[in-house]
Design a protein around this ligand. Structure first.
Ligand SMILES: Cc1cc2nc3c(=O)[nH]c(=O)nc-3n(C[C@H](O)[C@H](O)[C@H](O)COP(=O)(O)OP(=O)(O)OC[C@H]3O[C@@H](n4cnc5c(N)ncnc54)[C@H](O)[C@@H]3O)c2cc1C
Length: 421
């Protein structure tokens, strides 16, 4: 029997889970190592645009996500007093990019991805450290140590990854998030993440009593969005300019009431029903300085570890999903794998695209967080004018992002020995 080559994926976020599924489907023997005790997802909602949905099509999961589309009519952008600055046309957006934006709970996405993995792939409660990135001649090496009471997430125990042991892999996928220790090992001179100047809150709540149109509302140095989920609940998110590491002196619900309590419907009603313990608050960091490459030796960086971006375009997770299927495309089926060629092709495909999106997200983020009153008034006037005289212009901001298509495998040649006739 042909020996399967081993890929070790570090980190079971959206990027790592997608990579594990994509590599498994390409014939790799995959082990996914996650330091958290279980896969209970940190986060609330996540928007997946047509680009990520098309990436998920490659691994057979695109339609499972599309089924969760909950677009309930058109929404748009508003000012805190409720004035509409711009109406979004859901049909025009879907026509332009080939499908709707789908908003789903992160837990749902994690479930969809995990269900596509065989028993024994996911191992929780273990921290992985890359000790040698390897090269074309020797495998990469990792040390795995126990960090908690991992359960195997219902998928059993990964073979050969006993805590405190060294393991070898033909391919390592570093999907270990924005604070990636593996990135620091591979690229010690890279400055790492930088604070964006703003903090974020997220929560999923029952729908308010009175109906509302989905909206994102921009104030002075503050932003609030309310978007319906398919299951009837509402994903609400907010951002505000704040010093790094700040927390509410009392609780985050009180802080949100101070910042947004007098904004238009449904914001006060949503806030009234929020359980303070369910509010997630995270400072927003990103990687404004691009890495020189997304790989070294046999290790490929993916998702936030490679290109963390501000959430202003809702593309961080989408790009992680794209990375995963592009990486698996270049890694192909394991017996053909040559790390030098495959991972250089992965970097060449992904680094320029994600660098441009990180920059675009930073520019949009800066625009949303404008604080000075004259600048805010100018921004409102400009958004309103664009919406009135060129409604398609707002959508153009997503050209080149949401219309992305995954790479297509070359047709097998007549001389390809793996071709089945
Ligand atoms: C407010 C906000 C809203 C957002 N909204 C959207 C959105 O609507 N759409 C979108 O596409 N994106 C959105 N994003 C971005 C998105 O959340 C991230 O880009 C995405 O989750 C990154 O996924 P990842 O798998 O790369 O990393 P993570 O999700 O950070 O996963 C990394 C995993 O690695 C594990 N890990 C770390 N080190 C080790 C180790 N040494 N050993 C083992 N495990 C390890 C961690 O425990 C973690 O589980 C948003 C972000 C924010 C802050």
């Amino acid at each position: 029997m042909e020996q399967q080559h081993r890929a070790v994926v570090v980190g079971a976020g959206i990027g790592g889970l997608t990579a594990a599924v994509a590599l498994h489907l390409r014939g790799w023997q995959v082990t996914l190592l996650e330091r958290a005790a279980d896969l209970a997802p940190v986060g609330a909602g996540i928007a997946l645009a047509p680009n990520a949905q098309r990436a998920l099509d490659v691994i057979g999961l695109g339609d499972r996500v599309r089924e969760l589309s909950a677009w309930q009519g058109d929404g748009g952008m508003r000012t805190p007093d409720g004035r509409w600055l711009a109406r979004t046309d859901a049909k025009a957006a879907a026509a332009r990019f080939g499908g709707p934006l789908v908003l789903l709970h992160r837990a749902t996405l994690v479930d969809i991805l995990t269900s596509a993995l065989p028993e024994g792939v996911v191992r929780t409660g273990v921290t992985a450290t890359v000790t040698d990135p390897g090269d074309d001649r020797r495998p990469a090496r990792l040390t795995v140590s126990e960090t908690g009471t991992g359960t195997g997430t219902g998928t059993g125990t990964a073979t050969g990854t006993a805590p405190g042991t060294d393991i070898e892999a033909e391919l390592v996928v570093a999907a270990d998030g924005i604070r990636s220790a593996i990135r620091g090992t591979l690229f010690p001179d890279h400055p790492g993440p930088r604070y964006s100047g703003s903090t974020s809150w997220r929560v999923v709540v029952p729908a308010p009593g009175r109906p509302f149109a989905p909206h994102e509302t921009w104030g002075a140095g503050r932003l609030w969005g309310s978007q319906p989920l398919k299951d009837g609940r509402v994903y609400a998110y907010a951002m505000a300019v704040a010093p790094a590491g700040a927390h509410a002196p009392d609780d985050e619900k009180s802080e949100l009431l101070r910042l947004f309590g007098d904004w238009h419907h449904p914001v006060p009603e949503i806030l009234a029903g929020v359980d303070p313990d369910r509010i997630l608050r995270h400072d927003v960091h990103h990687l404004p300085d691009p890495l020189p490459a997304f790989h070294r030796g046999r290790v490929a960086l993916l998702g936030d570890s490679a290109h963390a971006m501000m959430p202003s375009l809702g593309q961080g997770g989408n790009q992680a999903v794209e990375d995963a299927v592009v990486l698996a495309h270049h890694a192909r089926s394991a017996p053909d794998f040559t790390p030098d060629r495959a991972l250089a092709a992965y970097t060449a495909d992904r680094l320029p695209r994600t660098t441009a999106i990180v920059r675009r997200a930073a520019r949009t983020g800066a625009l949303t967080m404008l604080s000075a009153r004259p600048a805010v008034a100018l921004r409102s006037a400009a958004v309103s004018a664009v919406s009135r005289f060129g409604p398609g212009l707002a959508l153009r901001g997503f050209d080149g992002i949401c219309d992305w298509r995954p790479p297509v495998d070359p047709a097998p040649s007549a001389h390809d020995p793996s071709r089945v006739s």
